[in-house]
Write a protein that binds this ligand. Structure first.
Ligand SMILES: C[S@@+](CC[C@H](N)C(=O)[O-])C[C@H]1O[C@@H](n2cnc3c(N)ncnc32)[C@H](O)[C@@H]1O
Length: 333
C-alpha cells in the first residue's frame, strides 16, 4: 500500500469567491457551532477552537442539542451497555470479574481486559435495544437532513444495535468493516481443552463492524448538499471513493500511553472515518461516547469541528490531558 499522510480539509482559497450557497452554508455552520458547543448546562472543556468535550449523559445531551444542528455522528458506543455501567465498570477498575476478562496469555505478554459479550442475559439484551433506540431517536433529531452516522458494534450484538437505528428512521447505507487481529473467539471447550484439542467454540474474530446510517435527505443529492453540506461521503481523492473495508490493527504503544482508555480507537482508523463523514469538508461531528476523545482528536487533526460527551469523569480528565498530543500525533497510512 502506498504511504500517504492524511491531509487537513481543503479550504477555499481566499481570493476565489465561493458560490452563494456555499457562503450561506458556511455562515449557518458558524452559527450552529456557537449554539452546539454551549448547549446544556453540564461541565465542559473547550479543547481547541474546533473541539469541545462535555461531561454529560448522551441521551440527555441529545435532547438538549438543537434539532438539525449536527452534520455527522462518529461513535464507538458501549457495545453491550453493561460493560460501562457502574457494577461491571467498577469490576474492571478493581481488576476482578464481571463482563470484563483477561484474554488467555500464550506468549507471556500481559493482555488488557476485554468485555465478553456472550454472557448477556435476555433482560440485558432487551435493555441494550431500548438504550440504543433512545440514542438513535436522539441522533435522528439532532442530525441535519442527509447527515451520516457511523456506529461501531461487535459482530455478536450488531444486529440488535443496527435494528434500533433503522427503527428510529435512519437509512442503513452499508457497513465499514475494520479488519484487525483480535483475541476474541477461537478458544477450545473450557475445562476440556485437551480432550477436544481440535475444536474451537467460536471463530477467532478478525473484523469490527461500523454501521453506516443516514438521515433521509430533502430533495436531490445536489439540493441537500447545497442546503446542509451533507448527503454523501467525502472521497479519498478525485480518483478514489471512500471504501468500506479498512485494515487497521488495534491501538498500541505511544497512543495508549497518551490516552489510557480500555476501548481506545486508533487515530489511523478514526481519521479516515471522520474525514469521510463530511462530504464537503465542513460541518460539526458529534461523538456521544467520546471516552478518551479519540474522535475529537481525529476531527481536530483534519480541521473539522467536533463535540463529544461522556458521563465518566475519569475519561473526561484523560481526554482533556490527551487531546493536544493525540490530535498532533503523526500517522502514516
Ligand atoms: C467504547 S467506549 C468509547 C471509547 C472511545 N472510542 C475512545 O477511543 O476512547 C464507550 C464510552 O461510553 C461512555 N458511556 C457509557 N454510557 C454512556 C452514556 N449513557 N452517556 C455518555 N457516555 C457513556 C463510557 O464511559 C465509555 O467511555
Amino acid at each position: 500500500m502506498a504511504t500517504r499522510i492524511i491531509q487537513p480539509a481543503a479550504r477555499t482559497p481566499s481570493r476565489q469567491r465561493a458560490p452563494t450557497w456555499r457562503q450561506a452554508l458556511d455562515e449557518r455552520i458558524e452559527d450552529q457551532w456557537e449554539l452546539v458547543r454551549e448547549a446544556g448546562a453540564d461541565r465542559r472543556e473547550h479543547l481547541s477552537s474546533n473541539a469541545t468535550y462535555v461531561l454529560a449523559d448522551a441521551v440527555q445531551f441529545l435532547a438538549e442539542l438543537p434539532p438539525n444542528s449536527i452534520h455527522a455522528v462518529v461513535t464507538d458506543p458501549p457495545y453491550g451497555v453493561i460493560e460501562y455501567e457502574q457494577k461491571d465498570h467498577q469490576k474492571l477498575r478493581s481488576g476482578r470479574g464481571g463482563v470484563w476478562r483477561i484474554p488467555p496469555s500464550f506468549d507471556g505478554a500481559k493482555r488488557s481486559p476485554l468485555p465478553r459479550f456472550t454472557v448477556l442475559s435476555e433482560e440485558e439484551l432487551t435493555r441494550l435495544h431500548s438504550f440504543f433506540s433512545a440514542i438513535a431517536y436522539g441522533i435522528h433529531r439532532a442530525l441535519v437532513p442527509g447527515g451520516h452516522a457511523f456506529i461501531a458494534a461487535n459482530p455478536l450484538l450488531s444486529t440488535m444495535t443496527f435494528h434500533a437505528f433503522q427503527s428510529a428512521g435512519l437509512e442503513k447505507r452499508g457497513e465499514v468493516i475494520r479488519l484487525l487481529t483480535t483475541l476474541r473467539g477461537g478458544d477450545r471447550p473450557k475445562g476440556a481443552e485437551k480432550e477436544f484439542s481440535d475444536v474451537s467454540m467460536m471463530a477467532r474474530s478478525g473484523w469490527e463492524p461500523w454501521g453506516i446510517f443516514r438521515k433521509p435527505m430533502i430533495g436531490t443529492a445536489a439540493t441537500n448538499l447545497k442546503a446542509w453540506g451533507t448527503g454523501g461521503l467525502r472521497r479519498i481523492s478525485a480518483d478514489e471513493p471512500f471504501r468500506d473495508v479498512i485494515p487497521c490493527s488495534p491501538t498500541r504503544g505511544r497512543e495508549r500511553e497518551i490516552a489510557p482508555h480500555p476501548s481506545l480507537k486508533p487515530q489511523r482508523f478514526m481519521r479516515q472515518l471522520v474525514r469521510a463523514a463530511l462530504p464537503l469538508g465542513v460541518g460539526i461531528i458529534y461523538d456521544p461516547f467520546a471516552g478518551s476523545g479519540s474522535t475529537l482528536a481525529a476531527a481536530d487533526a483534519i480541521g473539522y469541528r467536533a463535540i463529544g460527551t461522556d458521563r465518566d469523569v475519569e475519561y473526561f480528565g484523560i481526554a482533556t490531558r490527551a487531546f493536544p498530543a493525540l490530535s498532533k500525533l503523526a500517522i502514516v497510512q
